[in-house]
Design a protein around this ligand. Structure first.
Ligand code: APR
Length: 241
């Protein structure tokens, strides 16, 4: 299987990759679902939902101060990120779409990443749209909880929370990439959150080959051309041999 998949990918003209939380798992960032997933400890309807955040943002800010910030600050690109940069350097990566908000693809060296769910590395004031880095907000939180802008507006992360629509430009660019690609490679996603999970369907409908590399089964496995239940890093290392 790996030999056929390797041939498919290395002969592709327009390879599009979609990564999910499984891709960053080996950087120490927990996935959301599956054993020990973040959402088994933190209820996403409380910690990652815009309506709850607007009613009471303290849950989010406690989670950001105590969990999210330390975890992202410590995280480094793992061997899967490095291998993907190698694929990019070999001119094999037409588009990279990620559901991840950790910015590790950019840190690893991919210049253009379509961040479908935004990024936790930057924040904005909901009143004046002033921008803040993750580090500035973490500083602020130490003596201003929840953190405020100098205009006294409240801050929020530049992530997409449940109950919000995705950034229009990112969504359009991803849909176009899924339509135009000849191989669509999913690495480390459960493919249960829409509209990201539509992308492999769109690729398939436009005659692309779909390959899924994920430790656990996904709802799209039956429609995919190839499914490998293995770590993204292991797969990419074998691909680049
Ligand atoms: N290599 C490959 N797959 C892995 C690895 C790994 N090293 N480690 C875990 N996995 C798989 C798990 O089996 C799981 O199916 O990665 C998948 C991660 O799934 P989720 O935790 O659901 O993450 P994701 O698909 O990115 O979730 C999508 O849901 O809550 C929202 O905004 C959040 O962007 C996230 C979206």
């Amino acid at each position: 299987m790996i030999a056929e998949v390797k041939k498919l990918i290395m002969n592709s003209k327009k390879l599009v990759v979609l990564t999910g939380a499984g891709f960053s798992a080996e950087s120490g960032i927990p996935t959301y679902r599956g054993t020990g997933g973040l959402w088994s400890k933190y209820d996403p309807s409380v910690y990652a939902d815009i309506n709850h955040f607007m009613r009471d943002s303290s849950y989010y800010w406690n989670f950001f101060r105590d969990e999210r910030y330390p975890m992202i600050k410590k995280a480094k690109p793992n061997s899967a990120h490095i291998a993907l940069v190698e694929l990019y350097k070999r001119g094999k990566l037409f588009r990279l779409i990620t559901q991840n908000i950790d910015g590790l693809h950019q840190l690893a060296g991919i210049p253009h990443v379509i961040e479908l769910h935004g990024t936790t590395r930057s924040f904005r004031c909901m009143r004046c749209d002033n921008r803040f880095s993750m580090e500035e907000v973490h500083e602020k939180i130490l003596d201003d909880f929840p953190p405020k802008c100098s205009c006294n507006g409240s801050l929020r992360p530049n992530t997409v929370m449940f109950g919000e629509s995705l950034p229009q430009h990112a969504l359009e660019e991803s849909m176009l990439a899924a339509k135009k690609c000849d191989v669509f490679l999913v690495l480390g996603s459960s493919l249960v959150v829409y509209p990201a999970a539509y992308l492999p369907c769109i690729a398939k409908e436009n005659n692309a080959h779909v390959v899924i590399v994920n430790i656990d089964p996904t709802p799209f496995d039956k429609q995919a051309d190839a499914v490998l239940y293995k770590k993204a890093s292991m797969f990419l290392e074998q691909l680049l041999l």
